[in-house]
Design a protein. Structure first.
Length: 296
């Protein structure tokens, strides 16, 4: 069996049981139940030896997640997606709205990656490249992919340490309280911080006002940007969950686009700065905006 992901345990203040430590570490298996099952099926090795659920970690151990027979049975599909950046370690693709990143369905971004991307020549290359983060089903734009075990582990740490800077663009409804501000509140019991800035506003007979907004999340809570914009009274156009009563837009989907990402490459440490063009539906409303959303 081939290694899917690897992780080096940092220095720990006290020993931690492996089944308590690993949930959330690996992208392919993240839940506590999934980790226990992976250990029982001999899919987890610590320093080259298969682990037991009773194993305690002290720090410095190399943990490997091994592929399962289910990984080999996963479907592979073909999707016409735009690859914005690719090397032997990572790739960055342009995700269309209306498709899930991963899950039990056949039509997912993850199932398209083996045919979309070039195979890595690195010794720890993954059979199936893995998305390093999520984008909601209705959200379009930049998605970072790990192609090797080392890259996936490094990307996990980069997101944890907030060294990956993401910028989104959205179209929002209504007049914001301020043209530029930081939103700092709590979502699901955890701190959530987002910066927003109005780029352009136009009058709207139906919505009073439409705004092209630049959004930069510092944290990564589920639906964070959608919740934050709704919370200040300017929900994102087309949002079916967080909206003003009577002002739900149908037919064009959610106007939220992951437009730029910049971070030190997880392996080479060279700066990576990649942008995605605003979708046509954005430019139909704000035709004066440049197609490129590249960070200046």
């Amino acid at each position: 069996m081939k290694k899917l992901e690897s992780h080096t345990v940092p220095k720990l203040d006290k020993p931690v049981r492996i089944s308590d430590y690993l949930p959330g570490i690996f992208k392919a298996v993240s839940s506590k139940k999934g980790i226990k099952k992976a250990i029982e099926k001999k899919r987890v090795r610590v320093n080259g030896t298969y682990a037991r659920t009773s194993k305690y970690l002290n720090g410095g151990e190399m943990i490997e997640l091994i592929e399962s027979k289910a990984d080999l049975r996963k479907p592979t599909i073909s999707l016409d997606l735009n690859v914005l950046y690719e090397d032997d370690y990572i790739a960055i693709i342009d995700k269309p709205a209306g498709i899930v990143v991963s899950g039990n369905k056949k039509r997912t971004i993850e199932n398209a990656l083996p045919t979309l991307l070039q195979k890595s020549n690195e010794p720890d290359a993954l059979i199936r490249p893995l998305p390093a983060h999520r984008l909601d089903f209705p959200t379009s734009g930049i998605l970072i992919i790990g192609k090797t075990s080392q890259a996936v582990t490094a990307l996990n740490l980069a997101f944890e340490h907030r060294t990956i800077n993401k910028t989104y663009h959205a179209i929002t409804i209504g007049t914001p309280p301020e043209p530029k501000a930081v939103i700092d509140d709590v979502i699901s019991g955890k701190q959530a911080i987002s910066l927003y800035e109005i780029i352009e506003s136009i009058d709207s007979e139906k919505y009073e006002c439409l705004n092209l907004v630049k959004l930069q999340p510092t944290t990564g809570r589920r639906h964070q940007l959608r919740i934050h914009m709704h919370g200040i009274g300017t929900p994102i156009l087309g949002d079916p969950l967080y909206y003003k009563e009577g002002l739900v837009s149908r037919g064009k989907g959610l106007y939220l686009h992951a437009s730029n990402v910049n971070f030190p490459h997880p392996i080479t440490k060279v700066a990576v700065n990649v942008s995605s063009i605003l979708p046509q539906k954005f430019r139909a409303i704000f035709p004066n905006q440049r197609e490129s959303t590249e960070e200046e």
